[in-house]
Design a binder for this molecule. Structure first.
Ligand code: NDP
Ligand code: 2IT
Length: 450
């Protein structure tokens, strides 16, 4: 046992040294490796086959220059990336993020998480992630178009419907996917399902824009069900105001809950009357304004309050859905959540809770779901878009939503079943990591040392 402990400690040290200066990546690896301990101890084959050592090393990473001109004719140069992490169970699949904080550490953490998330969906998708340090804030439509075209001028060499299928993430929505797809088509003269999140008239799937947020709430609904309750009459805190937050707010409203907060980098909004109807629609306007602030909500809807520079986690609610970005909920926030006796924390963003916050939730028996399980609805719906592209048919919104709902219930149950099997009953994090890992690990072993 002592030697095993030393093995894990040494392994994490090895990752920190080999992938030096990449704290987000270290954080993601550490969470997974610690959760995997019971599985690795019962299945020594994974250690013998050096699956951990192999899985933390991406298959390959492309890094490239993205030059573009702004509306005044001035030249700018950004950096583009695509991390092709693991394709043991399907083509690389994962979003593109355009945000000034994008670097290799962030994209490797996201690509690594994506391996396990995609495995949990039950669909045949490997893990990848990409993006750029381009900042879309305040950019005109034509600037965004020129940037996307330049980005694709390099990316097109590496992707394909059976190779690597990017999609959206922070800063990349329907508009950007359109420009990227147009340029891919121009360069390759091929119309194929090379990206997901496409427009409905050219190969996109109904429900994809809503899917991540809907999926988070479907997952949280299952968590509440285990306590014999549901969303009816529940107060919910949501953070962020982007694509995921928007879908989550809509679904909480459908299920009879009340969302009282959203947030942006400038602070958070508290709306005791609930964010619904035209106030929910206004979230799209806020996002499209390209200003990255939520304060205008409180100017438009006078009963709402704006709390500058603060996060929503001190508000007394029953359910917290962090849907903005990584490490947005820390130990101090978690203490507030514990004090307020919140029932469920269900991650919409990728890795929004710090390890210290998660520890507090587990210690205080607050039900906690990790993003790789609870936000998998987005990529699951991307997988359904790929299927529709392959069979050249489109399903109705009801068909896609039903499949999405079934997938989320299945992921929820798989997490609980796996956690119990490995002696961590009720621990969604352990269940998600082990279940996601085992499928990929088995595929890697069956396919030999490549
Ligand atoms: P969007 O770009 O649509 O929205 C992200 C929002 O969060 C932006 O408004 C962003 O503003 C804001 N934000 C960033 N940092 C903070 C902060 N510290 N506090 C409050 N708000 C902040 O991206 P998505 O909604 O697509 O992505 C949100 C999260 O969900 C990310 O972690 C992403 O990886 C994850 N995710 C997305 C999926 C998808 O299908 N889109 C699928 C699964 C997960 P700003 O730009 O100024 O930072
Ligand atoms: O983090 C994610 O799962 C996404 N941004 C969605 C990826 C996808 O390929 O749809």
């Amino acid at each position: 046992m002592a030697t095993m402990k030393k093995y894990y400690a040494d392994f994490l040290e090895f990752v920190k040294t080999k992938h030096a200066g990449q704290p987000e990546f270290h954080q993601a690896v550490e969470e997974v490796v610690i959760s995997l301990i019971p599985c690795l101890e019962q299945n020594p084959i994974y250690l013998k086959e050096k699956i951990l050592e192999r899985i933390v090393e991406p298959d390959r990473i492309y890094i490239f220059r993205v030059p573009w001109t702004d509306d005044k004719g001035e030249i700018h140069v950004n950096r583009g990336y695509r991390v092709e992490f693991n394709n043991a169970i399907g083509p690389y699949k994962g979003g593109l993020r355009f945000h000034p904080t994008v670097n290799l550490s962030v994209l490797k953490f996201l690509g690594f998480e994506q391996i396990f998330k995609n495995s949990l969906t039950t669909l045949p998708m490997g893990g990848g992630k990409g993006g750029s340090d381009f900042d879309p804030t305040g950019k005109s439509d034509s600037e965004v178009m020129r940037f996307c075209q330049s980005f694709m001028n390099e990316l097109f060499k590496y992707i394909g419907a059976n190779i690597d299928v990017p999609a959206g993430d922070i800063g990349v929505g329907g508009r950007e996917i359109g420009y990227l797809f147009g340029q891919f088509k121009k360069l390759t003269n091929s119309f194929e399902g090379v990206l997901t999140g496409k427009g409905l008239n050219w190969g996109g799937s109904l429900i994809r824009p809503e899917a991540t947020g809907y999926g988070v709430v479907y997952f949280a609904q299952e968590m509440l069900k285990t306590k014999g309750t549901d969303f009816k009459g529940k107060r919910v805190a949501v953070s962020g105001f982007g694509n995921v937050a928007w879908g989550a707010v809509a679904k909480v409203n459908h299920l009879g809950g009340k969302v009282v907060t959203i947030s942006g980098p400038d602070g958070f909004i508290l709306d005791e009357d609930g964010i619904k109807d035209e106030k929910w629609e206004y979230m799209l306007e806020l996002r499209a304004s390209n200003k990255n602030i939520v304060e205008p909500y409180a100017k438009k809807f006078k009963k709402a309050k704006f709390f500058k520079g603060q996060r929503p986690w001190g508000v007394k609610v029953d359910v917290c859905l962090p849907c903005a970005t990584q490490n947005e909920l820390n130990e101090k926030d978690a203490k507030e959540i514990v004090k307020n006796k919140v029932m469920v924390v269900c991650e919409g963003a990728n890795m929004p809770c710090t390890p210290e916050a998660i520890e507090l939730f587990l210690k205080n028996k607050i039900m906690y779901a990790p993003g790789k399980a609870s936000n998998a609805g987005g990529v699951a719906c991307s997988g359904l878009e790929m299927t529709q592209n392959s069979i050249r048919l489109s399903w109705t919104a009801q068909e896609v939503d039903q499949k999405l709902h079934d997938i989320m219930i299945n992921i929820h149950n798989t997490c609980l079943k796996t956690a119990e099997k490995y002696g961590h009953k009720g621990n969604y994090m352990v269940g998600a990591n082990i279940a996601g890992f085992e499928k990929v690990a088995k595929a890697m072993i069956e396919q030999g040392l490549v």
